[in-house]
Design a protein around this ligand. Structure first.
Ligand code: SF4
Ligand code: SF4
Length: 324
């Protein structure tokens, strides 16, 4: 895989300082049952990095001590981590809102037959990748058979109450473009998803989030190989909107890797740009149990234009409803 950091590190980006911390995003490992083309994590079935029980305990201690509102669990396929369910149950007992970034096909992996029931029983919010409502596009980006598996998984989640009015079980879908372009306006695309998935498959969901592809990891490497990296970066920079700086996720979230080290966001984690604190250049979550990081500078570079281009892009989708 080609490293995009040498091409990103000298690109200037406006300074950002942290606000109040309300979300702990935890990457519990890079193993995944899929190996998608756009994956910014570089996850695959062959990755072995996995959060240990001891680090999961530190995560729980941090949630309790710092009174964190949201635990956002990601991977790889987070459900493959053996400590995932313990983490979820303990966080929910504390009253923490828990989000699972689910690739949907994981519901069909052996040993995960009861996953939908477990997530529903804990009222875990599901944020599920669904890069298109058309079979060819999904299978091209995520692998053959992924579309059909995703549809079956969405039906299963609907059957246990997810996405249904009044159930309180939240199912959000995530769209990202197939290639080096910005996502279309979120509201219009959400209406298309609702119509096609509803009419063709009877599927219901709460919201669609549109995310831009980050010029890092597998997607960034693909851009370099095709000679499209500079053009994509120029497009992101030209589409930068200063007002989007207020909504970037690094203001209110920290990202924790499988070893417990802390980053300003998941993308910085993938670029191995640790959060820096005074003279400490690699901070562990256990170092922050009693340390308030509000006001700390965020490590920014050229990739950050992926968050501020166009309608903006964060783990909660677009910031503004663009009129274009
Ligand atoms: S994009 Fe998601 S489903 Fe695809 S390989 Fe990466 S972590 Fe797995
Ligand atoms: S890439 Fe990370 S550090 Fe940069 S703006 Fe986005 S969330 Fe913030």
């Amino acid at each position: 895989m080609r490293d995009t950091w040498p091409l990103l590190k000298n690109i200037p980006f406006p300074a950002i300082h942290r606000g109040r911390l309300d979300t702990l995003q935890v990457n519990v490992g890079y193993r995944c049952n899929q190996s998608c083309l756009h994956c910014h994590v570089g996850a695959s079935p062959h990755r072995t990095e996995e959060m240990s029980g001891a680090v999961a305990d530190t995560v729980l201690a941090f949630l309790e001590r710092r009174r964190i509102f949201t635990l956002d669990i990601t991977g790889g396929a987070p459900e493959l981590n053996p400590h995932l369910r313990r983490l979820v149950v303990a966080a929910r007992v504390m009253g923490v809102r828990v989000m699972d970034r689910c690739n949907l096909t994981i519901l069909e992996v052996a040993g995960q037959e009861d996953l939908a029931d477990f997530l529903a029983s804990q009222q875990v919010e599901i944020t599920a990748s669904m890069p298109c409502y058309l079979q060819d596009n999904v299978d091209r980006q995520r692998g053959k058979g992924v579309f059909d598996g995703s549809i079956r998984a969405l039906k299963r989640l609907n059957a246990v109450g997810y996405g249904r009015d009044g159930s309180g079980l939240v199912l959000n879908l995530v769209y990202n473009p197939q290639g080096p372009s910005l996502p279309p306006p979120q509201a219009a695309l959400e209406a298309d998803y609702r119509r096609v998935l509803g009419e063709n498959y009877g599927i219901k969901f709460n919201q669609l989030y549109t995310l831009a592809n980050m010029p890092i990891q597998r997607f960034g490497s693909m851009l370099i190989s095709k000679g499209e990296f500079d053009r994509y970066l120029t497009m992101l920079r030209d589409a930068h909107r200063p007002e989007n700086l207020d909504g970037v996720m690094c203001r209110n979230l920290i990202s924790v890797d499988w070893r417990g080290f802390v980053y300003d966001c998941d993308f910085n984690q993938m670029l191995d740009l640790p959060l820096t604190r005074a003279a400490n250049t690699r901070v562990h979550l256990s170092d922050l149990l009693d340390d308030e990081i509000e006001g700390n500078p965020v490590r920014v570079a050229g990739h950050c234009f992926g968050c501020t281009a166009g309608q903006g892009s964060s783990c909660g989708g677009a910031f503004i409803e663009a009129a274009e």
